[in-house]
Design a protein around this ligand. Structure first.
Ligand code: PGA
Length: 252
């Protein structure tokens, strides 16, 4: 049985005090959520405070990005994966479509970030997903397959056990236009088949594949009922504690 993961990506929202306020409300609302792993991804500056305040709770903390570089060095403005681990993170998101699109991250950079994160003992949430025009041209699977091979290049079977894939169709992010459960299932099943072919049945079977893109309390249950949907990466709806708790505590 794959344990679902519900992760909140806070993007560039919330100061430290706003972040603390959110997690203090969230904590009791999800305290009994044993059916899934709960993760929040605040901005860099709030990570340590949030992780400290969540110690001993069932909520884990993720970075939203990390450096491609493993070693300390002259990399102004970068934060190393090991530094995320140092402040209490257990996860890091890599390859989010906003980073690919606005910060020109390539699959090979994303691969280096994943390698650095794994070396720092973090679980990687690797985001993949096609744009609307890629989907309309019938290229969605090819795009996702390429992002998986580029992002996961050179990883061993034990590395892959620490990878979570988040399928986030770009056309569904922040648009209010969620993929239907059937569209999500179709791509998730494809991703699992790709893992079976490229890696192993066992790796594919254990892989958690999250759906992301306009997930809300009223559409999560339908998505989670699909066989290959193992959780969600939630943006906008994770900013409010009650709304996010409504997603975590979806109708099972
Ligand atoms: P959204 O964002 O839930 O606001 O669509 C999802 C994401 O970017 O991870």
């Amino acid at each position: 049985m794959r344990k679902p993961v519900i992760a909140g990506n806070w993007k560039m929202y919330k100061t430290v005090s706003e972040s603390v306020e959110t997690i203090l409300s969230l904590k009791p609302m999800v305290a009994n959520a044993n059916h899934c792993e709960v993760v929040v991804a605040p901005v860099f500056t709030a990570l340590k405070t949030v992780a400290d305040r969540l110690e001993g709770s069932n909520i884990q903390v993720s970075g939203q990005n990390c450096s491609t570089e493993m070693e300390y060095g002259a990399h102004t403005g970068e934060v190393a994966a090991v530094m995320l681990r140092d402040v209490g993170c257990t996860h890091v998101i890599v390859g989010h479509s906003e980073r690919r699109e606005h910060y020109f991250e390539t699959d090979s950079m994303i691969n280096r970030k994943a390698q650095a994160a794994l070396a720092a003992d973090l679980t990687v949430i690797l985001c993949v997903g096609e744009t609307l025009s890629q989907r309309d041209q019938g290229n969605a699977e090819r795009v996702v397959s390429g992002q998986l091979s580029g992002g996961l290049s050179g990883l061993t079977a034990s590395d892959l056990a620490r990878i979570i894939v988040a399928y986030e169709p770009v056309w569904a992010i922040g648009t209010g236009r969620t993929a239907t459960p059937e569209q999500a299932q179709e791509m998730h099943a494809f991703i699992r088949r790709v893992f079976t072919q490229r890696h192993s049945e066992e790796t594919a079977h254990g892989l958690r594949i999250l759906y992301g893109g306009s997930v809300k309390p009223d559409n999560i249950a339908g998505l989670m009922r699909k066989e290959d949907v193992d959780g969600a990466l939630v943006g906008g709806a994770s900013l409010d504690a009650e709304t996010f708790a409504g997603i975590v505590n979806y109708d099972r």
